[in-house]
Design a protein. Structure first.
Length: 156
């Protein structure tokens, strides 16, 4: 039963990552050069360049770093997944099964917020205040999309 639950969770997370990628897309409107021209443009990147690229990559966000508490990570995930679910539902880009899948993952993070908040002796009011404050700290849909992808990756 645990194996089935884990494989189902992985499948849900993978599907959700694929669905939320457009929200976090950071590309420009410029057309890519033809493949033969790309070889001419290839260059080596320094370790510093690679580190900067990793920091900017989809799903790799500071809100989910190891330095952030499990409570704060769970709170960020809950907020981001709620935002993504709402945006995609309103736009009609998700069918009922996908909305339900996102809600299942969000429920897991909501439960973690409650458990971890209780462990820190936070009241329901404290948690609500933290949620409001954190929501204000990540107002951009693109950033919320990146956080949601990172949360889904962490879940798989």
């Amino acid at each position: 039963m645990a194996i089935l639950r884990t494989s189902r969770r992985n499948a849900v997370a993978t599907n959700l990552i694929l669905i939320t990628l457009p929200l976090a897309a950071c590309g420009s409107n410029e057309v890519s050069p033809p493949p033969d021209k790309m070889a001419e443009q290839a260059r080596e990147f320094s370790a510093q360049d690679k580190q900067a690229a990793l920091a900017l990559s989809i799903g790799s966000v500071s809100a989910l770093s190891a330095e952030t508490s499990a409570y704060d990570r769970s709170l960020s995930c809950s907020i981001a997944l709620e935002s993504v679910s709402s945006q995609l539902s309103k736009s009609g880009q998700l069918d009922t099964a996908m909305v339900n899948a996102i809600e299942q993952v969000r429920t897991i993070y909501n439960q973690r917020v409650q458990q971890l908040g209780s462990a820190e002796n936070k009241s329901a009011s404290d948690i609500a205040d933290d949620r409001q404050q954190r929501s204000e700290e990540i107002p951009e849909p693109r950033e919320r999309g990146q956080i949601a992808i990172g949360c889904l990756r962490a879940m798989s």
